[in-house]
Design a protein around this ligand. Structure first.
Ligand code: 5GP
Length: 213
């Protein structure tokens, strides 16, 4: 039974190539009634097989800067020379409807979310070692060797930011990783600090019952 009615905001970050996208797609496929994945806006070019409104809302720089000016984003960051940002409205709507909302974002954006919304759950996904990360990036075949090396340098910067996160998730197999993420988020619903309403009601009822009401 879910005690708290509002959903939990979850930041899911990880090194580029750590398999975040695959893990999220499988989590949503398995547990569609629990989670909503926020779709970000970005100025980067779509990759083959990506669709506007599915993986991202693809924007021009001008359009993106307008969204910033209108305060339509929870956070945004420049990552490898492109803007990425989280539109506010959908996240708010889904949290209010009781869904746990997942932001698959990089570390600069995550740090901004931490300042603004500190009761967010922060998860960081990593492969077991750096060589696996490089292999996965090259295997994806969508980027030049130069772009892959740029992403590895970015990963090096990100290692120093992991300290701000709550838990590491090792992406060995997608199956295990998805179950690990699901159980961590569900456990978070049981945290005492998120169940103030339940405890207050318990107190009130106990008081009543102890008086024979
Ligand atoms: P990619 O270009 O590989 O799709 O994404 C590059 C990085 O941007 C990934 O680490 C991804 O998690 C991050 N990212 C995607 N959407 C957002 C967003 O809305 N905000 C921030 N800060 N990062 C994002």
């Amino acid at each position: 039974m879910k005690q708290d009615k509002r959903g939990i905001l979850v930041v899911f970050s990880g090194f580029s190539g750590a398999g975040k996208g695959t893990v999220m797609a499988e989590l949503l496929r398995r547990y569609p009634e629990y989670y909503a994945l926020s779709i970000s806006a970005t100025t980067r070019q779509p990759r083959v097989n990506e669709q506007d409104g599915r993986e991202y809302f693809f924007k021009t720089r001008e359009e993106f800067e307008k969204m910033i000016a209108k305060n339509e984003l929870i956070e945004y960051a420049l990552y490898v020379e492109n803007y990425y940002g989280t539109p506010k409205a959908y996240v708010e709507e889904q949290l209010a409807a009781g869904k746990d909302v997942i932001l698959e974002i990089e570390t600069q954006g995550a740090l901004k979310v931490k300042q603004m919304l500190p009761d967010t759950l922060f998860l960081f996904v990593t492969p077991n070692d750096a060589a696996t990360l490089k292999k996965r990036l090259l295997g994806r075949g969508t980027e030049s060797e130069e772009a892959v090396n740029q992403r590895l340098l970015k990963a090096l910067e990100e290692v120093n930011e992991v300290i701000a996160y709550d838990y590491l998730i090792f992406n060995d197999t997608v199956e295990e990783c998805v179950e690990e993420v699901h159980s961590m988020i569900q456990r978070e619903h049981r945290s005492v600090s998120r169940n103030g309403e339940f405890l207050a009601k318990m107190k009130e009822d106990l008081l009543g019952l102890s008086k024979g009401e």
